[in-house]
Design a binder for this molecule. Sequence first.
Ligand code: FES
Ligand SMILES: [Fe+2]
Length: 391
Amino acid sequence: MLETRRNGRMLAPWTYTSEELCELEMVYIFRHQWILAGHISELTQTGDYLTFNLAKERAVLVRDESGEIHAFHNVCRHRGSRVAPDRQGNCGHVLRCPFHGWTYQLNGTLKSVPRPQGFPDLIKDHNALVPIDLEIWNGFIFICFEGAQGRSVANQFGVISGKITPYQLEEMVPWGAEYDEVVDYNWKFFHDVDNEGYHVPVAHPALHELYGRDYCDSYLGNIPMTTGVVDDYPASSWSVARYKSLLPRQAHLPEENQRLWLYFGLFPNTVIYFYPEKAGFYMSLPQGAATTRVISREYRLPGENRELAAVRYLSGRIDQMTGREDHDLVRRLQEAAHTSVFPMNNLSDLEDGVLQFHQQLKALIPVMSLDASPAPGTLADVNTTLLNSST
Ligand code: FES
Ligand SMILES: [Fe+2]
């Protein structure tokens, strides 16, 4: 399997710069796949809502009076305004559109419209907010804009459930502020850098000091898994040295997880991670071929103590360093995609995750297998032809 993949080729540089391809990715990937949109701890009270925009779609997740969490298109049925205006908030017992005041119950049904005599033919039952498929898995809320059509998150990612159960993700509460930044590179380059550990010793000296001696990229099923065990060797980085010495034992974790940093890549755009003191996710949200929004949220178990707060502060500093280092690496790849000599076939065995990611993309959008972009305006048609010829 690995040998076969090593003979495969990476994505060609045009796939990182083509706006036409970006449009196809929205259709075939981001509206089609299950996408992580939040965690149940962000919606604990009736009327708590969370909005999530991707692939030109707008979603709102909201908890109703019975405790059920719903996902709807955040698009008023009157003329399309947002019914939930902010990233996160509480709307009380109704979602009330700020444009003309159409009001929806938390289960999405249209409750009332101002001046109803102006709509003599309006059938309220036909004007509920449009639902979006939603599935909660280990406390994470996933949505699928296009409709899951029988595909379930539990099936797709179930192979890793046993690994993350000890962390009690469903019991966790939000910790810290959301990271939210718009960056000037293609979303796939973000993952190309993230999907391999070959660069860690050179590009991430602090991370390498933390767990580089026992770092491993592997797969559970087809889910990429990265593990690093925090060792006891001296470290020159202040944050790493302090983290190593302060990391407390945690009664709820098995022995092998006590000093483990554990990451899983959830296709297409998300990494979830588990450290002894916290869990979290980061994800890429493409805005265009060379513009990506990167967001990250973190969680911890309820019940605080100073030791855990201290190591979370320290691991946060290490994460920030790593993130800055990766940011520079990704930007250089984006620059390279515009040169005439972008390399495509020099991967080591430690970079298999890059090819696995590319293979998954090519399977969904076969035009991405081409070394050169089809003529402008023909990309969607060429892709359709390739899709039809492969069935
Ligand atoms: S657009 Fe929502 S009430 Fe008019
Ligand atoms: Fe990295």
